[in-house]
Design a protein around this ligand. Structure first.
Ligand code: M6R
Length: 628
């Protein structure tokens, strides 16, 4: 939540910052701001609304400075106003700062600073942080005063700046990713992180800082992932990394494996559309090199556990948030079904406070596209604190969760920019299916069943392409259903989580009220909602539950409810039962959740477009939820 970018170099900072900020807009988009250290002093531009509005204002100014910071906001403390937008400037005009995170003890600090004469123009916790740095900066002996007092060696403005940030951060409680400028130190920036992501981009005669690599890749592919408690001092010519308690840190420079084109929309109308259509490739990437040589099982190099370790595990605990939590439910179904090992699923936000009794030999998994979701990270830390090994299924390489987990599986789905998760979700489902196979083959799944399972998964990308070919048909259905304000999504077994996901997709991007339910639960309450004004989306299975689901559909029809059925092409639905049908190709049971998801992604997408919604940036949301 909130995106920050900082630049120190030889080029004009403003355009570089704004280009980076545009790529971070998915992290928050209620207001934005930019500060550039200019030859004639500091230039500060802020605007309510999107980065585009800020760019317009910035274009009207002559911003020639080569050091600057910027921010796109998702409001936590204080409403959406220009005064609350970042960057914040200290009341003495020396320190300017952008912040992602929450300072919990800001009220006590603010009271203290008011007694010292600092004043405030916003309602934010960030302005408190900014003024506290200014307070420490003022307290540090200025070089001229030090010379007069005979202090030797005299501190430079630069070390004064660094020390003031360090002293401030030692006093604050909460989370932060910050980039700070001091008007008396042109050509310098200090950045630090605790609990909010921050990445250093190492360029040629320029260095950058950002909340996400997507803001850096157009300038450099060499990055350093800052760890919690680290602070970096940047100039155009170099950077120095240290901890808050002054220990030097040797930087590990990683190479980003994707480039700026991967984060472009191309010919698509929205990132969400692009990412839906990228799913066949993302699914291929999730499987690449991960099947055993005999073709009957899966391999995961990054789990750091031997088959013998796996034999001792008597339960898996999966935690996540939002869409990832739905992937956990599918993992639960597939692991219990094929490997017969019990799985528990918990919301990460609940798990961290629930203090649930846990089996001795449980293995933890967290699922997170971004690898930065604060609740999921806290759940991982809680599991580790209790001495459990914790694995992560993550898309973003080098993310905090990926780094803190004991092992894990990277999704390799490529950057996902649309706030509504699509390709990351289906890739999580496929990885869960592969993991279920891996543990099932260590238990009772036979070689022949393993071969059949692997072949079933290998077919998924092509089958997904076939589902995507139905996009025009689904768009036409969406155009007729876009007027309704309530929807039910109903499925059973592994398709119940897909019903939840369908409902979440629809509500988050089109603001339509939607609920996901196990189809048979419908008559225990939700059926009261049914009327010609509340359509139901049914996931129809083949096999033993087919007739049961058909009965549930009959119950809806008897109450004049409209039905969209998503059904395998191998089943025949009773004539006239569904008002609209979207077919998915017949597939292996473990692949079914992936293929059933694609129609509801498309349906939600086209309904949201038909209603004129801002699909990639739905109201009130941010892609990466890094505050509690
Ligand atoms: O990055 P994560 O997977 O940890 O994010 C978890 C949720 O915030 C995320 O899935 C959210 O629910 C999406 N908006 C769903 O489309």
């Amino acid at each position: 939540m909130c995106g920050i970018v900082g630049y120190v170099g030889r080029q004009r900072a403003a355009s570089i910052l704004l280009e980076g900020l545009k790529r971070l807009e998915y992290r928050g988009y209620d207001s934005a701001g930019l500060a550039v250290l200019q030859p004639g002093g500091l230039a500060l531009v802020k605007s309510v609304g999107r980065v585009a509005a800020l760019s317009k204002l910035a274009a009207a100014r002559k911003l020639t400075g080569t050091t600057g910071i910027c921010h796109t906001r998702w409001a936590t403390h204080g409403g959406v106003t220009e005064a609350n937008a970042h960057p914040h400037l200290s009341s003495d005009g020396r320190i300017v700062l952008v912040h992602n995170g929450v300072i919990e003890n800001y009220i006590a600090i603010k009271k203290f600073l008011l007694t010292k004469g600092y004043t405030f123009t916003s309602e934010t916790d960030t302005e408190v942080l900014c003024n506290l740095i200014a307070y420490h900066y003022a307290k540090e002996t200025a070089p001229a005063a030090a010379q007069a007092a005979g202090v030797n060696p005299q501190p430079s403005e630069s070390s004064r700046f660094l020390t003031s940030v360090r002293k401030t951060l030692l006093h604050v409680e909460g989370t932060y990713g910050i980039a700070v400028l001091c008007t008396e130190c042109p050509g310098e920036m200090v950045a630090a992180r605790k609990g909010s992501p921050l990445i250093l981009g190492v360029g040629d005669q320029e260095n950058l800082i950002a909340s996400d690599v997507s803001a850096l890749v157009s300038r450099t592919q060499s990055v350093v992932y800052l760890k919690d408690g680290e602070l970096v001092h940047l100039t155009a010519g170099g950077f120095a990394l240290s901890t808050l308690d002054l220990a030097d840190v040797s930087p590990v420079i990683d190479k980003v494996t994707w480039d700026v084109n991967d984060a472009e929309m191309g010919a698509h109308a929205h990132f969400m559309e692009k990412e839906i259509f990228e799913q066949p490739t993302a699914l291929e990437n999730a499987m690449r090199g991960r099947f055993s040589a005999d073709g009957s099982s899966a391999n995961f190099g990054g789990l750091n556990l031997t088959p013998a370790d796996f034999r001792t595990i008597d339960r898996f605990v999966f935690t996540s948030c939002g869409t990832g939590w739905h992937a956990c439910l599918v993992a639960e179904h597939l692991i219990e079904r094929f490997a017969r090992i019990p799985v528990e699923v918990d919301y990460a936000s609940e798990f961290r406070y629930r203090n649930a009794p846990l089996d001795r030999d449980a293995l933890f998994f967290v699922i997170s596209q971004s690898g930065e979701t604060i609740d999921t990270l806290a759940a991982l830390r809680e599991a580790k604190r209790k001495g459990y090994k914790c694995m992560a299924i993550c898309n973003v390489v080098g993310s905090t969760i990926a780094r803190e987990a004991d092992g894990g599986i990277y999704q390799h789905a490529g950057p996902e920019i649309g706030v509504a998760s699509t390709k990351a979700f289906t890739s999580q489902l496929l990885i869960s299916a592969m993991f279920a196979l891996y543990v099932a083959r260590m238990r009772d799944l036979s070689f022949a069943e393993g071969i059949e399972y692997v072949n079933g998964l290998k077919a998924v990308p092509d089958l997904a392409r076939r589902v995507l070919e139905q996009a025009p048909h689904i768009k036409e259905i969406a155009s007729r259903y876009s007027k309704y304000n309530d929807f039910l999504f109903l499925g059973r077994l592994s398709l119940f989580p897909i019903a939840l996901e369908g409902a979440l997709k629809l509500k988050e991007i089109s603001y339509i009220h939607a609920e996901g339910y196990p189809a048979a639960e419908m008559k225990h309450g939700p059926i009261a909602l049914i009327s010609p004004e509340c359509p139901s989306v049914f996931f129809v299975p083949k096999g033993e539950l087919f007739n049961k689901v058909i009965s549930s559909m009959q119950e809806i029809k008897a109450r004049k409810g409209l039905i969209i059925a998503i059904a395998p092409d191998c089943v025949e639905l009773p004539e006239g039962l569904a008002d609209d049908v979207i077919t998915i190709p017949d597939c292996h049971e473990a692949a079914l959740p992936v293929l059933a998801t694609i129609p509801v992604q498309l349906l939600s997408y086209y309904i949201a477009c038909a209603r004129g919604c801002d699909v990639d940036k739905p109201r009130n949301l941010a892609k990466s939820v890094t505050v509690e």
